[in-house]
Every structure is written in C-alpha cells, then in structure tokens.
Design a binder for this molecule. Structure first.
Ligand code: NAD
Length: 491
C-alpha cells in the first residue's frame, strides 16, 4: 500500500473529490513536511455519503453474525499486516512517537475488531416465558446509518472503538476523522476497500464546523457517536436531541492521579510520567492532577524533576524518542498559554515550562515535559490543558484528597497508588469517574468499559455494552393459545 499524494472522500466504495474541489493539507507537526492533501467535504458530499450508506445497509444488515465476524477478523488482519505503515503515518500526522504508535495505537486498533468479532460470533439470544401460553423473543436490530466523529490524539485507535461495534452490530457508517489527523483513516479506507461491501464505510474529511456539523445535522443519520471536547460534545448532544436520536459522548477529562505516602515509590514515579507524558499529555484520561501526600512530597517531587529532565523529547520517527511534537501550532500555543496562566495564578514551575526551539526543534511544535506546583482551585487544575503539563498538588488526608479529586466538572478517569488494599478500594470507589486504576494508569484494553461521568460524557465504549449503543431491541411476543383472546367475549 502506497500513500497517495492526494486523497478524496471515500463514498460508496469509491474515491471522489469534494463537490466544490476544496482541499486542505496534512502536515507533520514535528517538521512541517507535507504528508498528503485531503478533501474538504461539503454538505452535498455528506449527503452523498449518507445515501451510499443507506444503499449498502439492507445487505450488511442481512449478513449473519458469523459472516460479519469473519469480515471484522479480516479487518484486524489487514491492519496487522500494514502495521509499520500505519504506525509511521500515525506518528507523522499527529507528532506522537513511533514507539507509542507501534506498541499501542496500531495493535490495539486491530484488537478492537477481533474483540467485537468474538463477541458477536458467540452471542446467544434471549427468550422469556411470560406465562404458560405466551413467550417473547428479544431480537437486536441495527439502527441503520450512524455518524461517527473522532479527535486527533488517537485517530485510528479511537476510530476502532467506534467502527468495530457499529459494523459488528450491522450498521453502515459515515466516519469523520479530525482535520488535524485524517491520514490513517483514509489509508484504512483503501485497505478495507476489498473487504467491506461498498457503502458500508464512508470516510468524510474536513473541518469540524463544516463537515462535522453537516453529519450532526443530517436527517438520515440515526445515531451519533462522538469523541472530542466537552464544548463540541454539547453541540452533538443538541443535534441528537433535536432529532431524537441517541448519542454516545466521550469528552474531556482532568483526571486525578493520587499518590499516598505508602505507594511503591519507583513504580509511582513511572506512573506520573505515563499519566502526563504519554502521547505528549494529549490524552483524555491523562493523569493531569498529580496529588502527592505530604510525607513523601519533597522526595517525590525531586525524583519527578530528575525523571522529567531525562525524558528524550525529539523526532517522533526515532524509536528512542519518548515524547514527540504537539499536534499543531494552535494546540501548542494553548498549552503554553496555560503555563503562563498557571504562573499568574501563583503556581511554581518545578520543571520545564518552555517551548523547545533549538536546531531541528525550531521546525516543529515541541514543549518541555512540565510540572507546575499548584492548588486544586487554580484554572490549570480545573481546565483541560491537553499537553505535557502536570499540576502537582500536596494533600494531607484521604478525606481531603477525595474531596479535591471530586472537585472537578470532569469525571473520566483517575488512579490511586498505595500498598494498602483497603485504602485503594475505598478511594477508587469514592472517586467520581468512569475508570479508576489502582497502582497503574492509562491502560485501556478491549473489554473493560471506558467512558465518563459528569461532563466527561455519556455511554461506555470498548466493551460489549457498546454493541447495545448501536442496536435497538425488538420484542416479539408469541401466543400459543388456540382459543379467542377472551378480552371481548362473543356470548
Ligand atoms: P474537538 O472537540 O475540537 O474535535 C473533535 C472532533 O469533532 C474533530 O473531528 C472535529 O473536527 C470535530 N468537530 C469540531 N467541531 C464540530 C462541530 N461543530 N460539529 C461536528 N464536529 C465537530 O476535540 P479535539 O481537539 O480533536 O480533541 C481533544 C479533545 O478530545 C479533548 O477534550 C479530549 O479530552 C477529548 N478526548 C476524549 C476522549 C474520551 O474517550 N473521553 C478521547 C480522546 C479525546
């Protein structure tokens, strides 16, 4: 598979230009190099994609679970077979280190398709005996054509969280990647062209407020699934509400990473780094609020400063690079802006705090791994920064840290680090979030539900419950009684 110098929109199994011919460039945020050119979809293009998806729907819906499972497994195989290309493109397009794309993004993308293939292949039906003469069969039916919109931080991986269950359940899809990272979805469309029937998967590229909004507003879309910011999540919810269709929302986060005095010190230092530096901190579930108990605070912070200084920030294409480039200039400026806000609020820079501009860094958007010592009421602790910037906050007691952890509009994830199992389970249950790790963080394997409480979203993904987001139940009630119903006696 070769990367093309220009991609159109993938509609009804064919590539076509945008109806007004407009395009945008995909560039590498580490060095500014042009990767390819993508099409800017119009409302007419989205309409064509929805029409193509409905045309494909009867045949796709009619396939048995066993047939769809075979196809999903083929998708996983083709992703694995093209893993080096996909990892390289994901890294070039988003700025993430090739090491992370290779170890995490691409294998977990393939795994999602295998996971849902296994689920539907092994699925059993439900029958209820209502009374001696009545029984009911519950049948799950796909919704039809669904619209899926994903962010730029894990383009293929989060794409698979949506595509795999939607396709497994028998829906056809109109899918839009972020305009900042559209490349791998387009390459995937090419890879799947001979595997999926035409029209089952349609890829629309373009700006969120244009192509994305056209998907939200299209009357032919029967369900919306969105991962992105809480601000856009409101728009998705509004569009779904207006047309009375379901929406799954995976939104922002400001997750507490809680370190008690009795934590495994060395492992915990790793946990802070994985929590806030993985993918340059551009992670919805990033452990961005680092709560450290007073007994270890000074020693812990000193060890963190030393560790953060050692992080190998650099060319994402090198396998030894531990932290790459921020996805684009706008996001870099947002992150740098928050560092300034933190300083103005009285936070102290413990390490980092600057853009890197020396030599090759000057061609891209790089920020030092950064820790700010602050308090939970500061904007830097309440608002999502979405970069390699952790806020370190000292606490004294278990009660105090639970209160601070929950003093947030978000509720996506959290982690607690202690060797006391009772304390770990108490805190894990008290933290208001959809996922809590104990002595670990950032891991999101298929099968374990992921999603947010509070302003972090509605619904759960990467688990069998996601299949139900893409289906509706039909109850078929059967009477075996031969006599009249008896409700209107005929003398
Ligand atoms: P974003 O909300 O700006 O964009 C997400 C997607 O929505 C993109 O494809 C964008 O083009 C599209 N979009 C933007 N405006 C739109 C509109 N008016 N109508 C329809 N679509 C529109 O988010 P982002 O900057 O790409 O990603 C970062 C955000 O995503 C962060 O807030 C992060 O926490 C969140 N996120 C959440 C999860 C999760 O699972 N909860 C995972 C990853 C990222």
């Amino acid at each position: 598979m070769e990367l093309k110098s220009e991609y159109g929109l993938f509609i009804g199994g064919k590539w076509q230009k945008s109806s007004d011919g407009k395009t945008f460039e995909a560039r590498n945020p580490a060095n500014g190099a042009l990767i390819t050119v993508c099409a800017e979809a119009t409302a007419a293009d989205v309409d064509a994609a929805v029409t193509a998806a409905w045309q494909a729907f009867p045949e796709w819906k009619a396939k048995t679970n066993a047939e769809r499972a075979v196809i999903l497994n083929k998708i996983a195989d083709v992703i694995d077979a093209n893993a080096p290309l996909l990892a390289s493109l994901e890294s070039q397009d988003s700025g993430k280190p090739i090491r992370e794309a290779t170890i995490i993004d691409i294998p977990t993308t393939a795994d999602q398709f295998r996971y849902y293939a296994g689920l539907i292949r092994g699925e059993e039906g439900a029958v209820t005996k209502v009374d001696a003469n009545t029984m009911a069969i519950m049948v799950s039916e796909p919704l039809g054509v669904v619209g899926q919109i994903v962010p730029w931080n894990f383009p293929l991986m989060i794409g698979s969280w949506k595509l795999a269950p939607a396709l497994a359940a028998g829906n056809c899809v109109v899918f839009k990647p972020s305009s900042s990272t559209s490349v791998t979805a387009l390459v995937l469309a090419d890879l799947l062209a001979d595997i999926l029937p035409a029209g089952v998967l349609n890829i629309i590229t373009g700006a969120g407020d244009k192509a994305g909004q056209y998907i939200l507003d299209h009357p032919g879309i029967k369900k919306l699934s969105f991962t992105g910011s809480t601000a856009v999540g409101y728009k998705v919810s509004e569009a779904a509400g207006k047309r009375l269709i379901p929406a799954t929302l995976e939104l922002g986060g400001k997750s507490p990473n809680i370190f008690f005095d009795d934590c495994n010190f060395e492992k915990a230092i790793d946990g802070v780094q994985l929590g806030i530096l993985f993918n340059q901190g551009e992670v919805c579930a990033a452990g961005s609020r680092i709560f450290v108990q007073e007994g270890i605070y000074d020693k812990f912070l000193a060890a963190l400063v030393k560790a953060f200084k050692k992080i190998n920030v650099g060319n994402p294409a090198e396998f030894t690079t531990q932290m790459g480039a921020i996805v684009n200039e706008q996001q870099m400026n947002k992150v740098l802006g928050y560092i300034e806000i933190g300083k103005q609020e009285g936070a102290k820079v413990a390490v980092g705090g600057h853009r890197l501009t020396d030599g090759e860094f000057g061609k891209g958007f790089f920020i030092e791994p950064t820790l700010l010592e602050g308090t939970n009421d500061m904007r830097i602790a309440q608002e999502e920064i979405f970069g390699p910037v952790g806020v370190v906050i000292k606490f004294r007691t278990e009660e105090e840290v639970i209160a601070m952890a929950n003093d947030s509009k978000y509720g996506l994830a959290g982690a607690v680090w202690t060797q006391d199992i009772n304390k770990a389970l108490r805190v894990a249950q008290a933290v208001e979030s959809g996922r809590v790790w104990i002595n670990s963080c950032s891991n999101v394997p298929a099968g374990i539900p992921f999603g947010g409480m509070k302003q972090s979203g509605i619904g759960r993904e990467i688990n069998k419950c996601a299949l139900d987001h893409y289906r509706q139940i039909k109850s078929i009630e059967i009477s075996t009684f031969e006599s009249p119903l008896g409700f209107y006696p005929q003398d």
